[in-house]
Design a protein around this ligand. Structure first.
Ligand code: GSH
Length: 414
């Protein structure tokens, strides 16, 4: 049987598992995209033109039908089977209950999980008070699920349905990275349910073994300045006296400032041309030869970028996520910057290192305004120096003798 279409997105993300588990159970052929790079492939103009939210996964049907949202895609894939009611519910009541659990998982539980796990994993900035509130909310929803599961093996009826597939997948991150033995006791029914799910043959076939978390992921390194903040006295006590009017004005959305970079003379090399050439050609030698031929040293500058708190990095994949998080907060700089940051080293001993090209001779505010900019050291780099040039080439190629350590993975900002 030919595939009904392609599930596009990173194959190791839990949202990507849902439709594949459905397809596995109902014997539906579904193509996947193993080399998909999150934050790169879902940010191209072509992808955004088709899927404006830039999220993954998305589905492209063999017949041209396209769809976003992992749960919607899972429902659609299930509906393609003559045996669909097996997962989609046999009665009106079952179908409505399935939706009830899916909406709870997606609308209530997932946002709370994301607000806890994303800061821990470096996808979003870690702000302690917001994090504490998110933790409480996450535990509250786990408690709700724990009550729902008090006397149930499956969420709806006596057999696995799509509700279990969606909720089971939505619980993966929390059990893999956050919930430890004490939480397992506290949310016993949820834990038992989760273990039942990940031991279902279809879950195993798609995901493999899920290792439960033993030690909770710790918050990423805070900017040292931020760490000092709690002991500092508020500098400006008068702030409190500000008139309501001033505060109102401050709260009002400010018009997006025009970039200062727009007033610089037009550069000889267009950054978009470089990005396109880099994406479509071998980095060494082709793209690098192109760059050295076209690089306009008046219009751009090179910067070596190093993470300041490498000693606090732990798992390689988390380090790489941290880069992804930083890049997503550099969104405003996309027009004016290109770079590669690499995750180098091994688990529990790794570093972030790389190079950027930016428009102008200084680091533009589109970069410095990123919440975690201060966590990185930016040093002006002289691309005419042979050693630096070799490093830039190896960095952009993600391999080569001048990398300070073995390259595990990396991200390209383009
Ligand atoms: N409700 C959506 C959420 C999709 C979503 O947030 N996907 C994440 C990856 S798991 C993503 O694409 N993040 C990239 C971004 O937000 O730019 C779904 O279930 O598909």
């Amino acid at each position: 049987m030919a595939p009904i279409g392609t599930l596009i997105g990173p194959t190791h993300y839990s949202r990507n598992y849902k439709a594949r588990i459905v397809a596995h159970i109902l014997n539906i052929e579904l193509s996947i995209t193993p080399s998909f790079q999150i934050d790169v492939d879902n940010k191209t103009p072509e992808y955004l033109a088709k899927y404006p939210a830039g999220k993954t996964p998305v589905f492209e049907g063999a017949d041209g039908f396209s769809l976003t949202d992992s749960s919607a895609i899972s429902f659609y894939v299930a509906a393609k089977s003559p045996d669909s009611t097996r997962l989609l519910g046999q009665t009106d009541e079952e179908r409505a209950e399935i939706l009830q659990h899916v909406f709870f998982a997606e609308g209530e539980y997932m946002p709370s999980m994301v607000n806890v796990l994303y800061p821990l994993m470096g996808f979003t900035p870690y702000i302690k008070p917001a994090f504490r509130v998110a933790e409480q909310e996450h535990f509250r929803f786990l408690g709700v699920l724990n009550t729902i599961l008090l006397d149930k093996t499956f969420l709806v009826g006596e057999r696995l349905t799509i509700a279990d597939i969606i909720v089971g997948c939505d619980l993966i991150y929390a059990f893999k990275h956050y919930l430890t033995a004490d939480d397992h006791k506290q949310y016993r029914n949820v834990t038992c349910y989760f273990k039942t799910m990940i031991n279902q043959p279809a879950f195993k076939a798609v995901i493999g073994n899920v290792e439960l978390c033993e030690k909770r992921v710790q918050p990423p390194a805070l900017d040292k300045k931020e760490k000092k903040k709690p002991t500092e006295q508020p500098k400006n006590a008068k702030k409190k006296e500000k008139s309501a009017k001033v505060e109102e004005e401050e709260k009002a959305p400010k018009p997006k400032p025009k970039s200062k970079l727009e007033s610089l003379p037009e550069p000889l090399m267009k950054l978009d041309d470089w990005k396109r050439f880099y994406s479509n050609n071998d980095t060494k030698p082709d793209a690098m030869e192109w760059l050295w031929k076209h690089y306009d040293a008046e219009g751009y500058s090179f910067w070596k970028v190093e993470y300041k708190y490498n000693e606090e990095l732990t798992k390689l994949f988390m380090t790489n996520n941290l880069i992804g998080g930083f890049f997503s907060r550099l969104e405003r700089a996309r027009k004016y910057a290109f770079g590669n940051l690499l995750t180098l080293g091994v688990d529990d001993d790794n570093m972030i290192w790389g190079y950027f090209i930016v428009r102008g001779k200084e680091i533009p505010e589109e970069v410095t305004e990123a919440a975690d900019f201060e966590s990185f050291k930016w040093t002006a780099a002289d691309h005419t120096d042979p050693k630096t040039r070799a490093e830039i080439e190896d960095c952009f190629a993600w391999e080569g003798p001048s990398l300070p350590r073995e390259c595990y993975d990396g991200k390209t900002f383009k």
